[in-house]
Design a protein around this ligand. Structure first.
Ligand code: 5GP
Ligand code: MN
Length: 332
């Protein structure tokens, strides 16, 4: 992979650019995509930004969100844009399989592929790019990219809102250790440029339905197990639980973090029964590496303190197997 600055010569004349992030895009995926979308458009390029699946409801207010093409809904349009593009940008993932149904099309594409990402272990499929796991978020890296191009003055409030949303959501509102001085300097710059950050917090975090609040109450009371001997907490949600409250997967956002608010709990897991698969999310505090854990036991990966994976076993079997692993490895 050549350094990201080597891509600038390719961007000197107007290009057709295809931008893609991971399946089930989160605040950082959508924030970084839209920030790059606005920036490259300002630079005179024609940009098609495709999400492998729908943008979650809590991000529907974002500037430019209607320009995003959901592959699951507009497959032909998305594939045509990919086919016609001169350059491909991959944001907030580093392995094509994270784009789910787009995996094959991306693998077959022959255009130069550019990575901007902060996950561990990038696959050797990118021609240009930057991969820094120590970075707070891909959105911060898009900010760095714009600055590296010497275009800080092109950051308007639309771009600022997109970058801020990605950084805020991926850092747990600036509390996780990945938050650096650079992250705070970025925020200072965005506020100086006119960003109203309280508005973003409200749009993202204060839009719960009463049902969602009741659901969380139910989950914490009935569906959370604490294993003090392993400093671990586990939440398990079957299809039946989700149906009981008619909860969408977007409304599960952040639920995995609750056990970590309990004193001495360092490792939190949520196991969710989705349509045809069982999804696991892991979070940790301190030196328990959940990326390696997800990779070793659940076909997944991610970051040191935040990762995810999947299981091919049934929901019940997955829960049993997870508890067995917990007692085998005895995290402390
Ligand atoms: P979440 O728990 O929010 O779904 O994901 C947390 C982090 O782990 C994200 O950065 C995400 O990219 C990564 N992650 C989640 N699921 C998977 C997976 O199935 N495979 C890999 N490689 N990473 C995942
Ligand atoms: Mn991210």
């Amino acid at each position: 992979m050549q350094p990201i600055k080597d891509v600038f010569p390719l961007l000197e004349s107007p290009k057709k650019i295809f931008v893609v992030a991971h399946h089930k895009p989160d605040g950082d995926a959508v924030g970084s995509m839209l920030a790059l979308y606005h920036y490259l458009t300002e630079k005179g390029h024609t940009v098609s930004a495709v999400t492998p699946s729908a943008v979650p409801e809590f991000l529907e207010w974002m500037p430019g969100v209607r320009e995003l093409v959901n592959y699951e809904e507009y497959q032909e349009k998305a594939l045509k844009a990919l086919d016609e593009s001169d350059i491909i940008f991959g944001l907030d993932f580093n392995d094509f399989s994270r784009t789910k149904h787009l995996t094959e099309a991306l693998a077959e594409a022959t255009q130069p592929k550019v990575l901007i990402d902060h996950h561990l272990r990038p696959a050797p499929v990118w021609d240009y790019g930057v991969s820094i796991p120590e970075k707070s978020s891909t959105s911060e890296m898009v900010y760095d990219f714009i600055n590296l191009a010497g275009d800080n003055d092109l950051i308007d409030t639309d771009i600022a809102e997109c970058i801020y949303t990605g950084v805020m959501t991926d850092t747990g509102s600036f509390r996780f250790p990945v938050t650096t001085g650079d992250t705070h300097r970025l925020v200072a710059d965005l506020i100086d440029k006119g960003l109203k950050q309280s508005k973003i917090h409200e749009y993202v975090y204060d839009t719960w339905s009463v049902t969602r609040m009741h659901f969380v109450g139910y989950v914490l009371l009935e569906k959370m197990e604490i294993f003090p001997q392993y400093k671990a907490g586990l939440i398990t949600l079957s299809k039946k639980d989700l149906k009981l409250f008619n909860i969408s997967s977007g409304e599960l956002e952040g639920l995995v973090n609750y056990p970590l608010s309990i004193a001495n709990i360092r490792f939190a897991t949520i196991i969710t029964e989705r349509g045809d698969e069982v999804k696991l999310s892991f979070r940790s505090k301190g030196d328990f590496d959940v990326s390696t854990f997800a990779n070793k036991y659940f076909n997944g990966g991610g970051h040191f303190n935040a990762s995810g994976g999947r299981s091919n076993m049934s929901f019940e079997e997955t829960v049993t197997s997870f508890k067995q692993i917990l007692s085998d490895i005895h995290p402390r």
